[in-house]
Design a protein around this ligand. Structure first.
Ligand SMILES: [Zn+2]
Length: 132
């Protein structure tokens, strides 16, 4: 039986090879050490706490429906509704990991209906001539 060393407290112990093969984490000597080892950055899967940053720099979070972008989850909470298919959530400061609600806004994707949106915005911003 292979002898392994607990990465938490250094205790040497034995573990059956079949057990070792199934482990996704480094083996530890006790449940207490395991709990300690699972905390924080040591974890084999950086998503252990339900969030990680993907290779594009976006923060992904675990939701009941699976992994989702944190900025979309934050925006849904803020809106109290689901995002529409043409709604993109963007970061004001360009930092993809900065998902404070104040840093997020919705950009409508260009598609049918976008023209209406744009002209409505133009009317609001138009010069105050009294004519529209
Ligand atoms: Zn230990």
């Amino acid at each position: 039986m292979p002898e392994v060393r607990c990465p938490v407290d250094g205790t040497r112990f034995h573990i059956p090879p079949s057990h070792l093969a199934r482990l996704k984490t480094e083996p530890t000597c006790s449940p207490e050490c395991r709990a300690e080892h699972m905390r924080g950055a040591n974890h084999w899967n950086y998503s252990a706490d339900g969030r990680y940053t993907d290779s594009d720099g976006y923060v992904r979070v675990r939701t009941p429906d699976g992994w989702d972008y944190e900025h979309r989850v934050v925006m849904r909470k803020r809106l109290h509704r689901a995002l529409r298919p043409n709604e993109l959530v963007k970061h004001r400061n360009g930092k993809r990991a900065d998902n404070r609600p104040s840093n997020l806004y919705i950009a409508k994707q260009r598609q049918a209906g976008a023209a209406v949106q744009t002209s409505a915005a133009r009317v609001r911003k138009g010069p105050k001539t009294g004519h529209i």
